[in-house]
Design a protein around this ligand. Structure first.
Ligand SMILES: [Ca+2]
Length: 164
């Protein structure tokens, strides 16, 4: 009936590989769907504080990027939509010279800086944006930038396992 079954009858090994490829692509589709549910890209230019207020009132918060997969996903979104940077939820804790996420989670190695960044020009660059390569730079809070929010609802997705 289906290509998948024919392969299984003719060649067990080939069929197994097909199955692996199918499971892997289902996994990747699921991962992408999860990330689509997790992040919201907004094509509005705002300063960092307005962006934070916008995300907190419409979603959860400005985006927290916790690993390279998320970084790459957000870079792709920006790359396909617009060739500008977008605010993420990273800023300097006021009074302390320390980076922190808007949702107070700790900053890990997932923060990949652009070459030469953070450079804190004039000592006023307290907020962080991500670019189309998934790299980050500090900027002044009042720079107008696009926004990544963390979405309010994460919907678990299931895909049926029909044969190829
Ligand atoms: Ca900078």
């Amino acid at each position: 009936k289906s290509h998948g079954y024919l392969l299984r009858l003719r060649d067990g090994q080939k069929s197994q590989n097909c199955e692996k490829v199918r499971i892997l692509s289902l996994y990747l589709m699921n991962k992408q769907a999860e990330l689509k549910d997790k992040f919201k890209y907004t094509e509005k230019y705002m300063n960092w504080h307005d962006a934070q207020t916008h995300c907190r009132s419409h979603e959860i918060d400005l985006a927290t990027v916790t690993n390279d997969t998320e970084n790459a996903f957000l870079a792709n979104v920006l790359d396909s939509e617009n060739d500008r940077n977008a605010w993420i939820g990273l800023s300097k804790r006021q009074g302390l010279w320390q980076w922190q996420w808007s949702d107070n989670s700790s900053v890990s190695s997932s923060v990949q800086w652009e070459s030469g960044q953070p450079d804190n020009v004039n000592g006023t660059e307290d907020c962080v944006s991500a670019d189309t390569d998934g790299l980050m730079a500090d900027d002044t809070y009042d720079a107008a930038s696009l926004i990544y929010c963390l979405r309010a609802v994460t919907i678990p997705r299931l895909y049926s396992s029909t044969p190829l």
